[in-house]
Design a protein around this ligand. Structure first.
Ligand code: NAD
Length: 373
């Protein structure tokens, strides 16, 4: 495959520290990607982008970038706040470009659905940044589950603790996550995707119902505390996400027929049931630390593996693959969770992938080579 030529929209925190830093390493080590154009609405961020990418052409509007550059690009990497993801991605599809998009895919179900449909229509790849799947300790959980040692999983718990909302760069609106018009919601919108796609993987199915509760301790119009319970065909999951915690930490437990896995940041513990000769049950424990850089919220060390998958999807012509479908399901879950919370935590059914539309969308998710890739 020839070198992929990328354009960037939104040169804020995650782009500078996560993606762009990853592209620089990749451009040096693998020489398979090049960033030649960058758009950001903030003059301060454009100056940062220009200083870091002296050869790139810099734009103050994504539309200007697409109009001038589309013919010289293969993909656009979108890392603006969620409310703009759909508009930018759809414009890129119209110009024949693949799209790598930060989570959440969009701030509404309709926007997310439209993005998947436009990707299929344009025959271009839509790939979400589900980067937690690429954390080394999460890869270790995958290996344990695939080994079959703890048996089939029927229960998952996921907790994400943060002592504040994540701040954006000072050159724009650092507290946009607390402004619904930009974020679409609070911690569920910001962090729910990571929580939900991990639950899908560990329970090997997609949820059918959700009950949720939100709370807001600060004077903002987005929630800073979120909890929910999900019913899957294969089991149950519960999640608690908070920006009001005393520590920054992820804690996951995955429970199978014969044991369990517990993750606390880098630490992973595998508990295996053992039957004693007298018939009683005990457990043996294996513990190790797998360095995963959880405290670096740019997660730059996970980006290379994520980009490999995006590149693979382009090579295969997998325009809307499993990751894109799951990013739609994450948005559906977040929106349905908010509806449940508004209705006093009533359990609400989930439409699943059928909510993508009753037509031939799936038949059109074709697997073929993209001519220019
Ligand atoms: N996957 C992860 O681990 C992870 C981590 C952090 C952020 N994110 C996601 O990345 C996205 C950006 O978050 P951030 O923390 O980098 O925010 P940020 O505020 O630091 O950066 C956003 C940038 O987008 C620019 N911008 C805003 N609207 C724009 C538009 N219409 N066109 C062009 N530029 C525009 C701003 O000027 C700013 O430079 C969000 O979707 C967020 O959820 C993901």
């Amino acid at each position: 495959m020839k070198k992929l030529r990328g354009g960037i929209v939104g040169y804020g925190f995650i782009m500078e520290k996560g993606h762009a830093a990853g592209y620089k390493r990749r451009a040096q080590d693998l020489q398979d990607v090049d960033v030649s154009a960058i758009a950001d609405i903030s003059p301060e961020r454009r100056a940062v982008a220009q200083a870091q990418w002296p050869a790139a052409r810099i734009y103050d509007d994504y539309r200007a970038l697409l109009a001038a550059e589309a013919g010289r690009l293969d993909f656009v990497d979108v890392a603006t706040p969620p409310s703009d993801h759909a508009e930018i991605a759809n414009a890129a599809f119209e110009r024949g470009l693949h799209v790598l998009c930060e989570k959440p895919l969009a701030a509404s179900i309709d926007d997310a659905r439209g993005m998947l449909r436009n990707a299929v229509r344009a025959e271009r790849v839509l790939y979400p940044c589900h980067n937690y799947k690429h954390a080394p300790v999460i890869k270790a959980v995958r290996a344990v589950l695939e080994s079959g040692r703890i048996g089939k999983v029927h229960l998952v718990t996921l907790q994400t603790f943060r002592n504040t909302h994540a701040k954006g760069v000072t050159g724009w609106r650092p507290d946009w996550r607390r402004e619904r018009r930009y974020s679409g919601g609070g911690i569920a919108m910001d962090h729910g995707s990571h929580t939900f796609y991990l639950a899908f993987e560990w329970l090997r199915s997609y949820p059918i119902a959700i009950t949720a509760r939100t709370a807001t301790l600060g004077a903002f119009d987005t929630e800073d505390d979120f909890s929910c319970s999900l019913r899957f065909p294969t089991g149950v999951a519960t999640a608690h996400l908070s920006w009001n915690a005393g520590v920054r930490k992820v804690m996951y437990t995955v429970h199978g027929e014969r044991g369990a896995v517990r993750v606390e940041d880098d630490d992973i513990e595998v508990a295996l049931q053992e039957r004693a000769p007298d018939g009683s049950t005990g457990w043996s424990f294996e513990r190790q630390a797998i360095s995963s850089d959880w405290m670096d919220s740019s997660h730059v060390t996970w980006f290379n593996s994520l980009f490999d998958d995006f590149k693979g999807a382009i090579a295969r012509g997998e325009f809307v693959g499993r990751e894109a479908e799951e990013s739609f399901l994450c948005v559906q879950l977040i929106a349905t969770a908010y509806a449940s919370a508004r209705e006093g935590s009533r359990e609400l059914p989930l439409g699943g992938l059928t909510a993508l539309g009753g037509d031939d969308l799936h038949d059109r998710i074709v697997m073929k080579d993209v001519s220019h890739a």
